[in-house]
Design a protein around this ligand. Structure first.
Ligand SMILES: Nc1ncnc2c1ncn2[C@@H]1O[C@H](COP(=O)(O)OP(=O)(O)OP(=O)(O)O)[C@@H](O)[C@H]1O
Length: 308
């Protein structure tokens, strides 16, 4: 698939001497939802800020929709919308004026019908004449999105879009992001909510200490690194796991009533059959069983820990 953003060998050293990005290369595909995950201070905001032209890189190149973000800044920037973490605009402006003004900043002709459509899609239409200062936190966040969409960008960056918003607004935002993608917009989001990435993303990039440590299709990531557990509820509590079952790495719960078998999702699953047969031969009976699949969160924690 064609890439819409191409980041090559990007580095950033802040004036303090701190190296926030180290040789980052990354391609974002046109029309995808890409989630950038990383612990605090990993470099997510720095990376987004450089792509959006708010912070200068120390080295490397970035091409957005065919335009170099330094030498063709205006063309590149016109294709990008950025939803920052916080609202910095004048609190006494109305919603309508703020969003319309934002469009004007990109040199786009006024288009009241488009602004109306955007405000309606974000459930802001009834608030269009309200001053920003009178809006709730969730509504201010919707205004940030409306502003970022005001100039009809093809690429949208969302920096922590749902931090601190309620469940309902979070679901609305997910819905909105999906509808943007359906209209061909590429969406790149940073998030601390791993369930958000799990729910939304087509691909996931993990950044840690200024380096991209992994980029993978979400499904593939979960299949490759995911582990499955088979948990058996025993008929009788078990004192020890019998020696003939040692090879399976079975874990006995503290109350001795459950045995857990962990296996690779890619692994040949005939091991399960053998394990169950050996269990039977050892005279161990179980009354019930369930399986558990590791979440993206388990995978993420392991990955980041390994690079520390
Ligand atoms: N202006 C600056 N001067 C010096 N260091 C900075 C500056 N801005 C950011 N940093 C440092 O660069 C690193 C990356 O910061 P960045 O904000 O990109 O991380 P992040 O992944 O977005 O973190 P968070 O999840 O906390 O938002 C941090 O260690 C931060 O302290």
């Amino acid at each position: 698939m064609q890439s819409v953003i191409s980041v090559s060998n990007l580095s950033k050293i802040y004036a303090s001497g701190f190296e926030a990005l180290k040789d980052v290369s990354l391609d974002i595909r046109r029309g995808e939802i890409f989630a950038l995950l990383g612990p605090n201070g990993a470099g997510k905001t720095t990376l987004i800020s450089i792509i959006c032209g708010l912070v200068n890189a120390s080295g490397g190149t970035i091409v957005a929709d065919g335009y170099n973000i330094v030498t063709q800044y205006r063309q590149a920037r016109a294709r990008i919308g950025l939803v920052p973490q916080e609202l910095t605009t004048d609190a006494f402006e109305t919603v309508w004026d703020t969003v319309s003004f934002s469009r004007g900043l990109f040199g786009k002709r006024a288009d009241p019908a488009y602004i109306e459509k955007t405000l309606k899609a974000l459930s802001l239409w009834s608030k269009k004449d309200n001053k920003l200062i009178t809006l709730s936190g969730g509504m201010k966040r919707r205004v940030l999105i409306a502003k970022a969409l005001s100039h009809e960008p093809q690429i949208l960056f969302l920096d922590e879009p749902t931090a601190g918003v309620d469940v309902e607004l979070r679901k609305d935002m997910w819905e909105l992001v999906r509808s943007l993608r359906a209209n061909g917009v590429t969406v790149i989001l940073t998030t601390h909510y791993i369930e958000e990435a799990e729910e939304m993303a087509d691909r996931i990039g993990v950044i840690s200490q200024g380096r991209i440590i992994l980029v993978e299709e979400k499904k593939e990531l979960m299949r490759k690194l995911g582990k499955k557990q088979l948990i058996l509820q025993l008929h009788q509590p078990l004192r020890d796991v019998p020696a003939q079952l040692n090879g399976y790495g079975l874990m006995l719960s503290d109350d001795a009533k459950e045995l857990t078998y962990t296996y690779d999702t890619q692994h040949n699953q005939t091991d399960i059959t053998a394990m169950l047969a050996d269990l039977h031969n050892a005279g161990i009976r179980f009354r019930d069983l369930r399986t558990r699949q590791s979440s993206l969160e388990d995978i993420f924690v392991t990955l980041v820990r390994e690079t520390r």
